[in-house]
Write a protein that binds this ligand. Structure first.
Ligand SMILES: *Cc1c(COP(=O)(O)O)cnc(C)c1O
Length: 361
């Protein structure tokens, strides 16, 4: 016999499919790469992959890629940030995985290996157009592109670059990065280009090129505070829920929780809810963070504990065993993230293993 969970995350497959359609509508004929790194931003990569009809999936670590292969994903699969070693090359050839070369040393390392022309290594070359994290310096990329094109046993699939500020429509950085990429693209018109993240998909149509790489939008979250007709159609895939474990009246002047960080100014009632930082609910969520119960938002009060939070429900008609929504359908994950001084990406990614994922088909 199984017992009902106290804390769970509902994962909506119809929402996932809707979001992929929205991304496709935003990008016309562009090929779609979907980013499923970090267990699909905490949603569960193995649960989602069978429902995704994309041109390629991308992950950040070799074990994530191997796991998808072991569980039957047979489509194109890209490893975003590998360290190039002979063992890695053997594994990716064995498992039919494509890799990103993201530094001069990675390129030089691969060029120095003796590779068979019968089973060429599929590589995507990442150039740094201004983010200054990963990527080959774009100003001297040509030498390396030429070397890769001429090297036996390497198949150069596409140029790549990543935006630093595509979610911030007031920033000029995206345009600056884009003009550098366009300049390089003019020199290699036959090479595919892959640049746009989710924010690029919705807010920078000039950045779509041949391939887009979307993550957060697939999970139904707008990457930016700016909205468009299309971003409004995104539906959250994850809705995090937990049950009310107790309700207790408190007097004016009573404080609640560790270190008495919140004190009631008038008599009220506190709902104790079965979720905490042990589940991935952020400990930094401030008093006032909204919690949705029976369609109404109530403020979290006091310090978040490992397994519990406390919510000021006043005289609302709420009982033990009622269900609270922490984020997702009905309560914007972006909004909750702001109260915890983080971003929605971190909230979903950090939902811990003890939270049961319930897949809704
Ligand atoms: C995570 C990641 C993405 C996806 O970004 P979103 O903002 O989630 O769409 C795209 N490209 C690279 C290289 C990434 O690491």
């Amino acid at each position: 016999m199984t017992t009902d969970p106290i804390t769970w995350a509902e994962i909506s497959i119809p929402a996932l499919k809707n979001n992929l359609n929205v991304i496709r509508q935003a990008t016309d004929n562009t090929k779609t790469m979907l980013v499923l790194k970090a267990d699909a931003y905490g949603h569960g990569a193995l649960d989602l992959a069978p429902h995704l009809d994309a041109d390629a999936l991308a992950v950040a670590r070799i074990d994530e890629a191997k796991n998808l292969r072991e569980h039957g994903y047979t489509g194109r699969l890209l490893l975003l940030s590998p360290l190039i070693t002979p063992q890695l090359i053997e594994t990716i050839q064995d498992q039919d995985i494509e890799i990103v070369l993201h530094s001069q040393s990675a390129v030089e390392h691969l060029l120095s290996m003796s590779l068979s022309k019968d089973n060429p290594v599929p590589v995507w070359l990442k150039v740094d157009s201004g983010m200054h994290r990963l990527g080959l310096n774009i100003d001297n990329a040509e030498t390396f592109i030429d070397a890769l094109l001429n090297k036996q046993g390497i198949q150069l699939q596409s140029l790549m670059s990543h935006f630093a500020s595509a979610d911030d429509l007031s920033s000029h950085q995206t345009q600056e990065q884009l003009s550098k990429i366009q300049k390089l693209h003019k020199k290699y018109p036959n090479l595919a280009v892959c640049v746009a993240n989710s924010a690029g998909v919705f807010f920078h149509p000039d950045a779509h090129f041949d391939w887009i790489r979307a993550g957060i939008a697939l999970y139904g979250i707008n990457p930016s505070s700016h909205e468009t007709e299309l971003t409004k159609q995104l539906i959250p895939v994850m809705t995090l829920k937990a049950k009310v474990l107790d309700i207790k009246p408190i007097k004016a002047g009573d404080s609640v929780g560790y270190n008495a960080r919140w004190t009631a100014h008038k008599p009220t009632r506190i709902a104790v809810i079965g979720i905490g930082y042990g589940d991935g609910f952020p400990r930094h969520a401030a008093s006032g963070t909204p919690v949705l119960i029976k369609g109404v938002e109530y403020p979290l009060v006091g310090t978040v504990s490992m397994d519990l939070i406390t919510v000021d429900i006043g005289d609302a008609d709420i009982q033990v065993d009622d269900v609270a929504t922490l984020w997702g359908e009905g309560l914007s994950t972006r909004k909750v993230a702001e109260f915890a001084e983080t971003i929605a990406y971190e909230l979903t990614t950090r939902v811990s293993q003890r939270v049961k994922r319930i897949i809704k088909k």
